[in-house]
Design a binder for this molecule. Structure first.
Ligand SMILES: *[C@@H]1O[C@H](CO)[C@@H](O)[C@H](O)[C@H]1NC(C)=O
Ligand SMILES: *[C@@H]1O[C@H](CO)[C@@H](O)[C@H](O)[C@H]1NC(C)=O
Ligand SMILES: *[C@@H]1O[C@H](CO)[C@@H](O)[C@H](O)[C@H]1NC(C)=O
Length: 424
């Protein structure tokens, strides 16, 4: 599959990609169609959405800074849940109900719950509701966000971040199954090798994330929400990690200050530009033209990916402003012996890219506010570690990219997509 991709011309690539439509964040249209739809959509938006008609007296006047600057919710979450423990041996899954579970899901549950040495938790809709109200009772903003999120899929997304923030462990969607024992993630295979070579133990890894999708395509904007999208159907974290604080607080900011329940429209703050460089507004009503995008941007993979980059950049700026280069190409360490471990560096992945974006910062002109971008993770072949965050190449969690030579940890059947259309 890898080889085929390399040789096909770009228009064929598009067709190839759209055959992967079941992936919930892929844009289900070709670029051209998307542009036409977008132009139409923006025409509709500009003419029909009150937020655009009366921007000055907008119903959701921003009351928090558009750059998601630190707010008290973030500080309180960090202080309350912060822990330096290793990723707990808990597995979390959730579905609407425990009754009448699809036979494929029953098999997935059987496989996850039989992982030896792990505590398995399966929560239905009533139980996740109870979980959120109990675990976050000191955080009225979170409860209010929970009650405000207008669709079940938004809550399903939010729950995975909340459970990992409060309890930590491994979360995986019901349409996934483990391909290897979870223990092997940190004890066997490429991530374990990286840890062993650098004398790291399990306590040094706080988060494990996989790349969901990335393509070396000039046309990626017509197909993906971000040039690199991170996977949020399978996630692992210690409790209280800043990455999960960020995504949880950001979703709350959006729900409480930028979403208008009376129109069901989420208008992102000025300064937060979408791919078309305009202030995005999403009508979350069923059958609206952009509710699906709204989910991806509010709670879904795009939102999670942005939180990842935000957190990694903060970590990098705070801890590597005075960085000194390690002795080999592979290691970038600061004078506090903290390192970015990247076995991909000698492969010079950037030089393998065929599609450099226009006006890009590949000449090294990276913004001081975000020195770490997709360039640092593109075409990843081996796991890497930025501090305690391990990032895995796309074949680990996305079974579409798994081959005999590139074994994955998780199989994802992409059957969860049906829940989007039936979602009230
Ligand atoms: C949102 O979309 C629904 C369904 O298409 C439509 O009825 C409603 O008028 C839209 N709301 C706004 C504010 O545009
Ligand atoms: C910098 O590193 C220290 C030590 O690992 C960590 O506690 C701190 O949170 C880091 N800074 C940021 C912004 O992540
Ligand atoms: C990120 O990628 C850019 C572009 O290749 C490179 O100049 C920079 O050194 C990388 N940063 C890290 C931390 O690897």
């Amino acid at each position: 599959m890898q080889e085929k991709e390399k040789n096909v011309p770009r228009p064929v690539d598009l067709t190839f990609l759209s055959s992967h439509l079941p992936m919930k964040h892929l844009r289900p249209r070709s670029c051209l169609l998307l542009s036409i739809v977008s132009i139409y959509l923006f025409w509709i938006l500009f003419h029909n959405i009150p937020a655009f008609q009366n921007r000055d007296k907008s119903v959701n006047t921003p009351t928090v800074p558009a750059d998601w600057s630190t707010g008290s919710l973030r500080h309180r979450l960090l202080a309350h849940f912060n822990s330096q423990n290793e990723i707990p041996r808990d597995i979390w899954q959730s579905w609407k109900s425990k009754q009448n579970l699809d036979v494929r899901f029953q098999e997935n549950v059987r496989l996850w719950s039989s992982q030896s040495g792990f505590n398995y938790h399966f929560l239905d809709d009533d139980e996740i509701d109870e979980f959120v109200r109990t675990q976050f009772k000191l955080f009225p903003e979170i409860i209010q966000t929970w009650d405000t999120l207008p669709r079940k899929i938004l809550k399903a997304d939010y729950f995975r971040y909340l459970v990992l923030l409060a309890k930590g462990g491994y979360y995986s969607d019901i349409d996934t199954s483990p391909s290897v024992n979870i223990d092997a993630w940190l004890t066997d295979g490429p991530l374990a090798t990286l840890m062993a070579e650098n004398d790291l133990s399990k306590t040094d890894v706080g988060v494990i994330i996989g790349i969901e999708e990335e393509r070396d395509l000039g046309t990626w904007r017509g197909l993906f929400n971000r040039r690199i999208n991170l996977c949020q159907w399978t996630l692992a974290s210690r409790p209280g990690h800043p990455l999960f604080v960020d995504v949880v607080a950001k979703i709350a900011d959006l729900a409480l200050y930028y979403y208008d329940p009376s129109t069901n429209v989420l208008t992102f703050p000025m300064g937060y530009k979408n791919l078309f460089d305009v202030q995005p507004a999403y009508n979350m009503s069923k059958d609206s033209a952009n509710w699906y995008e709204g989910i991806i941007e509010w709670t879904g993979p795009a939102s999670f990916t942005d939180s990842f980059f935000r957190t990694i950049n903060q970590w990098y700026i705070e801890n590597f402003s005075d960085h000194i280069q390690g002795s080999s190409n592979e290691v970038l360490c600061n004078n506090k012996h903290m390192c970015v471990l990247d076995p991909n560096k000698p492969l010079d992945l950037i030089s393998k890219l065929e599609n450099y974006p226009l006006g890009d910062n590949l000449l090294g002109i990276k913004l001081p506010t975000s020195p770490v971008g997709w360039e640092n993770f593109t075409l990843l072949e081996y796991p890497l570690l930025y501090g305690d965050v391990a990032l895995l190449p796309k074949h680990f969690f996305n079974s579409l990219h798994t081959t005999d030579f590139k074994k994955g940890y998780v199989h994802h059947a992409f059957t969860g997509t049906w829940k989007w259309t039936q979602d009230p």
